[in-house]
Ligand binder design. Sequence first.
Ligand code: BDP
Length: 594
Amino acid sequence: MLYPQQNDTRNTLDLSGFWDFKLDPEEVGEGEGWHNGLDAPRTIAVPASWNEQFQDTRDYMDVVWYVREFYVPQGWAGQRISLRVGSANYAAKVWINGEFAGEHYGGHLPFALEVTDQVVWGRPNTVAIQVENKLTPTRVPPGNMGKGGMFSMMGSHPDANFDFFPYGGLHRPVVLYAVPQAHVEDVTVVTEIEGANGIVKVHVVQAGGDLPGIVTLTGQGGVVQAGLTFSGGSAQAVLTVSDARLWCPEDPYLYKLEVALTLGTQVIDRYTLDVGIRTIAVQGNRVVLNGKPVFLTGFGKHEDFPVHGRGLNMPLIVKDNALLKWIGANSYRTSHYPYSEEAMRMADREGILIVDETPAVGLSFADGEENIQARLAQCKQQVRELVARDKNHPSVIMWSLANEPLLAPLGAATMGTGRAEPSPAAAPFFGELFDLVRGLDPTRLVTVEAPMARGYVDWLSKVDVMCVHRYTGWYRLGGQLERALEHLESDLDGVYEMYGKPIAITEFGADTIAGMHSDPAEMYSEEYQVEYLRGYLDLAARKEYIAGLHVWNFADFKTGQSLVRVGMLNRKGVFTRDRRPKMAAHLLRERWTK
Ligand code: BDP
């Protein structure tokens, strides 16, 4: 799943902008032919969520239609044309000129449909995309889970089984793109280090032809080239870069890789890629980048901003990366779903280490085999699509297969209030996902974020890093920081004893209302957030098995309405939703930039 590219052999046409838009609550659109055009539409911006663009669509979770026209440029004649949707949340169906072109299930990951035979030339084409964002128990992530639902217990509205707002819409650009008949269909790059040399292994898939090719790597140390001989559509090359400049947070150096398919001296297709030469591993209690220990500092984040909702927001990506640098963070997790490809490319350029998470948040194992299997099928599809999309990013160091799966019967498992036996259904479920991801990508680390079960869970020993979430001092022992920290210490020691793996505390935080102060510190005040975070940082500094700290959350973010989310916000941000620092941001900066 290559990112569409514009160069001398390929073209892209970004269909971002104003589209016609219409709600279809009765689901009559397909029968009434709305794919040919909308009667009395309103105007909506793409990419963006629909929820905050109008007053009457905030909680709308059903079917909508997006329609617009486009011309195919004359210069694209003879090429293969596809329509690529960066992210349609949740399910999408696409029509070109009234003809059904294809569909996709699952938000957050791109899909492309070849439409060469459906487009017309010399007059406008119509593209119609039906998007639907229902919250159902068999979706990943799930919603409307009844009594088993974690947030339904708190009466959260909309009834999602997670706290971030379930935004809907065309969240990332819709792009029309053209490639030559014979073209580079896929490229996979794996890097290794041998002494001072970087080894770059390139695997190329060609479609629509059988041309020879050439792969060129340019950067510090000069130009390295190798020929590509295809057999059965695929070819490999191994490039050795002497005295390689390795990619790392302090020096995120990117080599330029070009794959070209040639006919004599003519280049028929070319695709270029940024390549960071780096390795990632776990050694003992440490995460090791290029053979050197790296301590993860950073956050769990969200794609979230007023009005845009979950829509691609390029200035915000730039701003957030600047703030990550300012505060001294070297990493973040794409909680709780894959972020935009643009965000991943920015991380490559800025040297930010990414824990790349699938959309599997709020999984339950208590609602019967049929539902569990339906979700497993989607989790597998999401793992495949995520690895296919992000496998070449040097920034991506770890795959996160899920966030807080509810492994045990709810009451006992939530909020760490008791011990519970993990559900037997979870072991084969995650067994399959681990096998799948390790088969697709043996080079990166893998984790499952903080399963909600106390006690030893055998399949969890398959993770490379124990990513634990702790709200001791907030949801538990709130307001009693001293006791909370004592408790936390013995709790973490116990986890380390059980698993013997490096531990990263990948969620810990306290809701904080910016501008609210108290002395002595009390919950919700800026002082309390500072003391809470300081307590965790100090504890981590004393424990050599702790390999990283991700504060929950980088910024305040939109949630559903519930008793625990004042003003529809989770306020555990170290920055406000509009990116103003709270006092805690200065504490982290002081600690992390030293
Ligand atoms: C954790 C979830 C995260 C929530 C957080 C919280 O992983 O999505 O936002 O709790 O309650 O359990 O703030």
